[in-house]
Design a binder for this molecule. Structure first.
Ligand code: SAM
Length: 246
């Protein structure tokens, strides 16, 4: 009887020790995660501060969390647009990126941003923000509803291609839409639909490049467009940079 009791107590002690160890490990994980979150948050704050300094903005940018492009991605766009002074910037999806790029064109004193936007509500919102920043002459938000496009034997919801001027020669292309929810690998058609319009030495910036979908899209583009040299920038959501003839 006493032997059974001893065994039971031993089992209980072992179980408690096991639970205690699990809790201990969990606590370490949470501490590491919280440290990483703080580092990431600090990096984004530094990038945001850099954006305000480098763009000398007179009004606040819209939110740069969740659905919006992150400050580090926006700063990468800014540095490229200021250094290379592209004449024509095309972007898939509008928002904070449109304001940032339009401000770059204004500071450069030349260039134009054409932003494809499928959602009329957000198109109107971005236009209002451009006016609020006095940037309406440097960027145009184009109403481009998503329409079914047949590619590789499949249907893809893609921006109405008639929205862009047919002769557009793109110096800088920013791919941050359509939203992921529209379909698997939603941004794949950017390659077949827009890469042939890239100017020699054009740059393509792909946001969210850490996602599984974007990694697969980049893999397919690498095969289909060997003239586009791919590299990456360390941004929180991932940023791929493709250089035409690079
Ligand atoms: C990834 S977001 C676009 C981000 C944009 N390039 C930027 O820098 O802010 C893709 C789409 O989200 C939509 N969108 C814009 N603002 C939004 C909001 N506040 N909430 C949800 N979706 C939004 C727009 O239709 C946009 O085309």
């Amino acid at each position: 009887m006493s032997l059974m009791l001893d065994a039971l107590i031993l089992l209980l002690v072992l179980y408690s020790l096991f639970k205690l160890r699990r809790a201990h490990l969990l606590l370490y994980d949470m501490r590491d995660q919280s440290r990483q979150d703080n580092v990431q948050m600090f990096r984004q704050l530094e990038a945001l501060q850099g954006l305000y300094a480098e763009l000398d903005l007179g009004a606040s940018l819209p939110a740069t969390r969740d659905w919006a492009a992150s400050p580090d991605f926006l700063l990468a766009l800014t540095r490229h647009a200021r250094a290379k002074q592209p004449s024509l910037v095309v972007e898939c999806s509008s928002g904070a990126s449109t304001l940032v790029l339009a401000r770059c064109m204004q500071l450069n004193g030349a260039g134009k941003v054409l932003s494809l936007e499928h959602d009329p509500h957000y198109a109107a919102q971005t236009r209002a923000q451009l006016r609020q920043h006095g940037l309406q002459d440097w960027a145009q938000v184009l109403d481009a509803p998503l329409k079914p496009l047949m590619l590789t034997g499949e249907s893809w919801p893609w921006y109405d291609s008639s929205a862009l001027p047919p002769d557009a020669s793109i110096d800088m292309l920013v791919i941050d839409g359509p939203p992921q929810a529209t379909r698997e690998m939603a941004r794949y058609p950017a390659g077949p639909m827009l890469f042939e319009r890239l100017a020699p030495c054009a740059y393509v910036f792909v946001d969210d490049a850490n996602r599984i979908d974007e990694l697969e899209i980049l893999r397919r583009w690498k095969q289909a467009y060997p003239a586009l040299h791919q590299s990456t920038l360390a941004c929180e959501k991932g940023c791929a940079v493709l250089i035409n003839g690079g």
